[in-house]
Design a protein around this ligand. Structure first.
Ligand SMILES: [Zn+2]
Length: 317
């Protein structure tokens, strides 16, 4: 429950869901900025041995041609609803903070100061969650794209997480550190590759690699969801019927639950990405596991219900 002081004397008591609903309405109406929602009221829940808080690095805007290059703009606008703005869509970027015993784990780091004013909010968001970057003991990555990795280094080139070890899928690490990778990529991706390589080089002495199928931390298993990037992984957390942290295997629930066969524009190998996405959705709907998506409308936790050969997104927060 949340208690809000009114006129100094009276109190309005709301449950969290109602509070977030009202706050979301104020954000939509432009009364309070979007980031105030995640920063003022970070969403927390318990899963197995972990206390989890959905922190926020902010929001990013993607053109429909990236959201799904094969889809008609009018179909995307309809599916995305309030997240659609003309022919663009607003996506969240929500790293996770997991605490268990002495472990303070951050799952993906956001984009740092590299994506303009709507991103790079992780430090503020950690503070709102009652901790700070220096307290993080382990950083685990779903993959090494800029909006998940580039928050690792500050503007001074030093690690934002000086007391952390870094945990990356071996296949992902090996792909990105290939020395001549930049020259093999399209010209407009060269800069991105070089920055990613410099971030990885800076943490290389504190990196531990893991493989799909491994238990990266107690009760956290690694699922191979390659395709978005060559070594992209998701994580399954024990507890209840289970929770799958999907990273960018499913970048938007409204679009890709209804159309799991559509391409996402930033998938490196669309066929593999689609096959792994469908595997995740099938498992989640059959086994009633919760799903959590990095770019989904905050806090991005829901169930997949099978319907007419596709899926319906049912938020659970
Ligand atoms: Zn992403």
């Amino acid at each position: 429950m949340l208690t809000i002081a009114m006129n100094g004397t009276k109190h309005l008591v709301l449950n969290r869901r109602k509070f977030l609903g009202i706050a979301a309405g104020l954000v939509a109406a432009g009364v309070i900025p979007r980031n105030a929602l995640a920063l003022a009221a970070p969403y927390s829940f318990k899963q197995g041995a972990y206390d989890i808080t959905v922190v926020s690095d902010g929001t990013l805007t993607l053109p429909f041609s990236v959201v799904s290059p094969d889809a008609k703009p009018e179909d995307l606008a309809k599916l995305l609803g309030a997240a659609a703005q003309g022919d663009k869509a607003q996506f969240e970027a929500s790293p996770l903070l997991l605490k268990s015993g002495s472990d303070v784990v951050l799952l993906d780091t956001g984009a740092g100061g590299n994506f303009g004013p709507t991103m790079g909010k992780i430090a503020e968001s950690l503070k709102a969650a009652g901790t700070e970057a220096g307290a993080v003991t382990k950083v685990i990555y779903t993959h090494a794209h800029p909006d998940h990795l580039w928050g690792t280094l500050g503007a001074d080139g030093k690690s934002v997480f000086p007391n952390a070890s870094f945990h990356v899928a071996e296949a992902e690490w090996n792909f990105w550190v290939t020395p001549d990778l930049a020259s093999k990529m399209p010209k407009d991706m060269e800069g991105m590759v070089k920055t990613t390589q410099s971030q990885l080089a800076a943490i290389k002495d504190k990196v531990a690699m893991f493989k799909s199928g491994a238990e990266v931390l107690p009760g956290i298993n690694v699922l191979d969801t390659a395709g978005h990037t060559p070594g992209h992984v998701s994580f399954e957390l024990a507890g209840g019927d289970g929770l799958i942290i999907t990273g960018d295997a499913i970048t938007n629930p409204q679009v890709f639950f209804a159309h799991p066969d559509w391409k996402f524009g930033f998938d490196a190998d669309p066929a593999t990405a689609i096959a792994n996405r469908k595997k995740l959705l099938d498992m989640a709907s059959t086994e009633k596991k919760k799903l959590l998506g990095y770019h989904w409308p905050y806090p991005g936790i829901g169930m997949a219900e099978a319907k007419d050969g596709a899926y319906v997104y049912v938020p659970v927060n």
